[in-house]
Design a binder for this molecule. Sequence first.
Ligand code: NAD
Length: 303
Amino acid sequence: MSEKIKRVAMIGAGFMGKQISAWVATHGYALRIYDNSPEALEKTEEFVTQTVEFYFMPEEVQGDPKEVLANITYHDKLSEAVADADLVIEAVPEILELKKEVFAQIDKAAPSHAIIATNSSSIPVSKIEDAVKRKDKVLNIHFYAPIYQRYMVDIMRGTETSDETFEKGGEWIESIDCVPLKVMKECLGFVFNRVWRAVKKECLKIWAGGYADFKDVDRGWRIFSGMNTGPFALMDAVGLDVVYDIEMSYYNESGNPDDKPPQALKDMIDRGELGMKSGKGFYDWTPPLEFTSEGFIKPKKKK
Ligand SMILES: NC(=O)c1ccc[n+]([C@@H]2O[C@H](COP(=O)([O-])OP(=O)(O)OC[C@H]3O[C@@H](n4cnc5c(N)ncnc54)[C@H](O)[C@@H]3O)[C@@H](O)[C@H]2O)c1
């Protein structure tokens, strides 16, 4: 087995990228962060700094916040962010062509030993791998939000990913206190996202078909599962535009009209109702409600 992963580069620092960044940094890794939007980068720096300084982080986290923060750098050039990386995680929007373009840029600038992983929710890395030369070093490494509550990560190979890359990826996931969910055979939706996708699809059909009030679906889910959040509130947290793009990926893959997300969902997006991040989705999230657009629900203060 080659050298362990020590330096991680995060490419795309939006809703997921900033959470992954905060989590990875507090688990002792040197981290370089790049986003092509200066505004997003600034918000991520604010979020990561606040998370490290003020919010609850796992007990096992080593080092004091100052050391953790000194290990994080923010970049306006992708090539600088990946220059010394052992692992690069891409979390740009769910658009295949964009992911290919970003993978190609990473492949050119990252050291030859670096693993390149996508956090995509629905695109298997086998569809992106043609953009890079190092096809033996690509992975799907898929996080669930919020990470501190859903500490599991799907890991899946491309068509030429080596056993060494897969093992190294799995070990790295364990090293950040997450459970690797290993996909044995390429599967759209990986392990758990496929289960979650079936739930979403049926819930959207019940709502768009006028069969039930979405709040009753959420109430039923909460009682049945013991969770405090139902599927519609979770979709609001993820972002309805993101949910729509993911559902479209499944539809584009199968071509089955039954997989097409309802027009009513598209209408909400067109009206700017994107969920928590816009203040309105299925529910009204106007402040001062408890949830934050960062995917954290009242983070615990450090003792
Ligand atoms: N939202 C979720 O709950 C969730 C969960 C797991 C996985 N994912 C996946 O994570 C990925 C990102 O999703 P998100 O919700 O964080 O999206 P997002 O829109 O919040 O963030 C994407 C970020 O990428 C940046 N970006 C766009 N083009 C770029 C480029 N060329 N180079 C660098 N940065 C670029 C944007 O400025 C933005 O900050 C998607 O593939 C999505 O499927 C999302």
